[in-house]
Write a protein that binds this ligand. Sequence first.
Ligand code: 5RP
Length: 252
Amino acid sequence: PNLMVSSAVPPPCSSVTLTQDDLKKIAAYKAVEHVKSGMVVGLGTGSTAKHAVDRIAQLLQQGKLKDIVGIPTSTKTHEQAVSLGIPLSDLDSHPVVDLAIDGADEVDPGLNLVKGRGGSLLREKMVESASKKFIVIVDESKWVNYIGGSKLAMPVEVIPFCWNHSLKRLVGLFAYAGCVGELRKCAESGKAFVTDNGNYIIDLYFERDIGDLNKASDAILRLPGIVEHGMFIGLATSVIVAGVEGVTMKTK
Ligand code: 5RP
């Protein structure tokens, strides 16, 4: 793809050491500059997206933004937005979203993503695929050479019925890439993590590149019992990356 890289803007206070959370906030605030009054805005989920939601609420309170309608991508973001007084709706009432802003777990050079390590991939994908623009906000640690390249989880949402069978079938699909998988569990209770939609998450790990992403996506979605996977292929229109050297925006 033809990527446009804007000139690097140094982060404010470049003499102080920036934490990963500072970088997330810088990316989030930069993305919110693209939110205009009257827009329907997809509100992402996770520690980076949380900063964007905070910023939108702040600008609404200051009267610098007006008539925003937020479409939350999780119950957690819904609760955050309600607590900050952001007017909310859903895709039934607003099927077209002007702009969605969300974090990601991996971003590859073609701006394909892995999302869902926070467990909200299904609602995120529904909202972000209904958006005219989707700006991804990440700190530089999220860059990978290929999807799966971080060696961290690629989540798949499955129905709870016979989840172990689904796990084995998923792992079988990617045997060529040295795939292993596990049911996601809550750290505190040790019980299965349950998504906002009442489903489970299987986390897949790849030893090697899985190759053609569309082929991999089709194969996953053909399995009965699978609800959605965390590869967001071709959905991002721009990615804002905050690093210690500055902020860059990459656009398709
Ligand atoms: C949640 C997500 C998050 O956007 C993703 O996990 C990134 O999270 P964070 O901003 O906390 O690093 O996809 O389902």
